[in-house]
Design a protein around this ligand. Structure first.
Ligand code: FE2
Length: 221
């Protein structure tokens, strides 16, 4: 079968973004890049916890050990950043999403930890209303869909009411009983979501396998 051109594929993904606020770009990264990037990021996490590397982060609510829940800076992989920046399909989608304006990328990483916190259902606009596109890269090769970050399709522009949980310091969407969530992605895929996307994850039992995600946030410069 003839390979679709980037422009046609980009158009499909932009349609998904407008209909569902997220889209999955299949099979974009090699497993080697994922393995190497995760190693690099795990090593940086330890340095950040030991304070030999500067980074802003939040620890998970686990008493027995120190693990990062979300690193907002300082914890990224050079190799992965290069792969993201060099991906022609992704560049085409981003250029169209931002109407040809320049955009910047910031790198973050977050984890679903064993015995740690859940990611409550939310739209990113609850804490950051700026137009943005999140590039989510599942790095772990072993992803248990039951606990992985899952999505429910909501049309771009849908605004759900959120409450803030002081005990967990997170926003969560109210009245979302009718939404069905699924995690239809695999390692090597890249997920894109807008600030309207509705996503969540369950907290994982203590014997689960930690799931690592890299996140790049693209914003107009
Ligand atoms: Fe989010």
């Amino acid at each position: 079968m003839e390979k679709k051109r980037h422009e046609e594929l980009a158009e499909e993904h932009l349609k998904n973004l407008s209909k569902e606020s997220h889209t999955i770009i299949s099979n974009q990264l090699s497993k080697t890049v994922l393995i190497d990037s995760e190693k690099e990021i795990l090593a940086k996490e330890q340095c950040i916890i030991n304070k030999t590397l500067v980074g802003t982060y939040r620890l998970d609510k686990i008493r027995s050990r120190k693990v990062i829940y979300h690193a907002y800076s300082g914890c990224f992989s050079e190799a992965l950043t290069a792969s993201i920046k060099d991906n022609p399909l992704l560049s085409t989608i981003l250029a169209q999403y931002f109407d040809g304006f320049d955009y910047s990328l910031t790198a973050e990483v977050f984890w679903i930890n064993q015995g740690g916190m859940a990611i409550p259902p939310h739209q990113d606009r609850s804490y950051d209303s700026e137009k943005q596109l999140s590039i989510i890269v599942p790095l772990s090769l072993n992803i248990n869909n039951k606990y992985a970050m899952s999505y429910s399709g909501v049309e771009e522009g849908t605004t759900l009411d959120h409450n803030f949980s002081i005990s967990n310091m997170v926003y969560y969407a109210k009245s979302i009983q009718q939404y069905v969530f699924s995690a239809n992605y695999r390692p090597t895929d890249i997920i894109l979501h807008t600030e309207y996307s509705l996503h969540k994850s369950r907290s994982m039992p203590k014997d689960g396998v930690r799931i690592t995600y890299a996140r790049y946030v693209a914003r107009k410069e």
